[in-house]
Design a protein around this ligand. Structure first.
Ligand code: GDG
Length: 489
């Protein structure tokens, strides 16, 4: 019998950080793009640990394997579970509820049951690779039951959970038929990290109002078989690998590519850029509407101005995403039909995904970056854009409904629901004098440089280590806050 290796740090996320790709030499594992992977990659580069997650294909899980110094432990999901747990409960129930119900949430008991089943499987596999007393770091809305399930199996480990998306106000969260189970699942953790202070407060309030928990400042007191425990919930906003990305953006090949992109766009005076997963939360429709009206009003026009929209394919089997794609593509077609000239389209719409180098070049080619989500946990694209502008050029238009808005104060701030206001903000970003724009960009870059992803991970892990476990050991920030009990119902 072989002894299984265990780890002091275990990451658990819905997806492993790799995708299987076919090459002429056979299939190989490649790092997958996306915010969480990019963030955790640089965090794990100087730590040893295991990562538990789904490998991206239905059916039996591949055998665990090592990759870039990390032990990857795949969790199996059947085709039916992908449909019920991932596309259904995670992306068609939780995602809309947690993003202000921009589209209606759908509730199905079979989706919930699959969610429970898959969370249980994740918990069991985490426990297989966690060393005694290990730190277990669970990520995101797909795995909210995992903290309590792990605690039941392994009371010796320290459990943290980080919420990459917003945590909704109690009035919206209360719609969830399984709201109590989700809160109890999360309260299995020692520490819960959120993007914004308001998200942490929404969680604490939901515990008080919906399950009658006793709360005090950032803490919730939980009673279990072992007595009373205190769970802390606070804001630790995620960031990016500033130094790594800046280094990439400074590479001569990337800078040459940025010039080449501008040239192939016809060397316009102003390049506007949007980069998003094709998701209804990202405000792409509102952005296109504002742009179309600016063209109609004659305020801007091609070939002097052009707009590049990268819309990375996402969740293509979920109905709301299919409808969004149809609508966005119809709108782009209409704008181009009316406002393009031969050789100078008004909108360059790219429903594709690109390598990191190309993204860095695009960011450098863009005079104005449009980040206009209706709701977004953080939005890493905003931070990536300013990081790539080592020339202090460019301007960032940023929605106040992103987590990034709470950090990037020198952006051109917009409310994307207010189309008139959004139009004015875009024009202001284009017309503001260069020296002011450079001053804003320098300040934005400083913020991201000082609050990069390594700092985020250190803060999360320190909070996890220091999380109080018994009443009376709450952190200093709670001093003087009156206790509130479940009476608010
Ligand atoms: C969730 C939350 C939160 C996109 N297209 C390509 C590509 N990307 C990369 C971006 C960025 C990431 O994907 C997207 O991250 P965002 O933060 O903007 O948005 P979500 O995917 O919705 O992420 C969000 C995040 O989790 C982290 O906590 O900020 O609020 O919704 O890194 O650059 N990368 C490459 N090619 C593409 O075509 N290489």
């Amino acid at each position: 019998m072989t002894t299984r290796r265990t780890y002091d740090l275990v990451i658990a996320a819905n997806r492993l950080p790799v995708d299987r790709v076919s090459t002429p030499e056979g299939s190989v594992w490649r790092r997958s793009p996306g915010g969480l992977v990019t963030a955790m990659d640089s965090v794990m580069s100087d730590r040893e640990g295991a990562w538990v997650g789904w490998a991206g294909e239905p059916g039996e899980a591949p055998a665990p394997f090592a990759d870039k110094g990390m032990w990857l432990h795949p969790v199996a999901l059947s085709a039916e579970e992908i449909q019920l747990y991932y596309e259904g409960f995670s992306n068609d129930t939780l995602w809309p509820i947690y993003h202000d119900v921009i589209v209606p949430a759908r509730f199905h008991r079979a989706w919930w049951q699959a969610y429970e089943r898959v969370n249980q499987r994740f918990a069991e596999q985490i426990c297989e690779v966690a060393a005694p007393g290990a730190k277990v770091w669970v990520h995101d809305y797909q795995l909210q039951l995992v903290p309590a399930l792990v605690r039941r199996l392994r009371p010796d480990v320290r459990i943290g959970w980080f919420d990459h998306i917003p945590f909704p106000p109690v009035e919206l969260f209360a719609q969830l038929p399984w709201r109590a189970q989700i809160l109890e699942g999360l309260l299995g953790a020692d520490y819960l990290g959120f993007q914004r202070v308001a998200d942490a407060q929404n969680f604490v309030r939901a515990c008080r109002r919906l399950i009658g928990a006793t709360t005090k400042g950032e803490t919730v007191t939980v009673a279990d078989e072992a007595g009373q425990r205190v769970v802390r919930a606070s804001a630790v906003p995620i960031s990016i690998d500033y130094r790594g990305l800046e280094r990439l953006a400074k590479e001569p090949a990337v800078q040459e590519r940025a010039e080449e992109i501008r040239h192939s766009l016809g060397d316009p005076g102003v390049v506007l850029l949007g980069v998003d997963r094709l998701d209804y939360t990202k405000g792409i429709r509102h952005r296109l509407k504002a742009y179309e009206e600016l063209l109609e009003d004659g305020v801007i026009s091609p070939p002097d101005v052009t707009f590049v929209q990268v819309a990375t394919p996402s969740r293509e089997r979920v109905e709301a995403y299919k409808e969004l794609r149809t609508e966005v593509e119809r709108t782009v077609g209409r704008i181009n039909g009316t406002h393009s000239a031969i050789g100078s389209p008004a909108v360059h719409y790219l429903h594709q995904s690109y390598p990191r180098e190309e993204m860095a070049a695009l960011f450098q080619a863009a005079d104005v970056m449009l980040v206009t989500p209706l709701r977004d946990g953080m939005n890493l694209v905003a931070k990536e854009y300013v990081t790539c502008r080592h020339d202090d050029g460019g301007a960032l238009v940023l929605s106040e409904f992103t987590g990034a808005y709470h950090e990037l104060h020198q952006a051109f701030v917009c409310n994307p629901h207010d189309i008139e206001g959004l139009k004015q903000t875009i024009v202001r970003a284009v017309r503001t004098d260069e020296s002011s724009r450079r001053r804003y960009m320098r300040a934005l870059r400083r913020r991201v440089a000082d609050h990069d992803v390594q700092r985020w991970a250190d803060r999360f892990l320190t909070n996890l280590e220091q999380a109080p476990q018994r009443p009376g050991t709450a952190t200093a920030s709670d001093a003087g806050t009156a206790a509130t009990t479940g009476g608010e119902r």
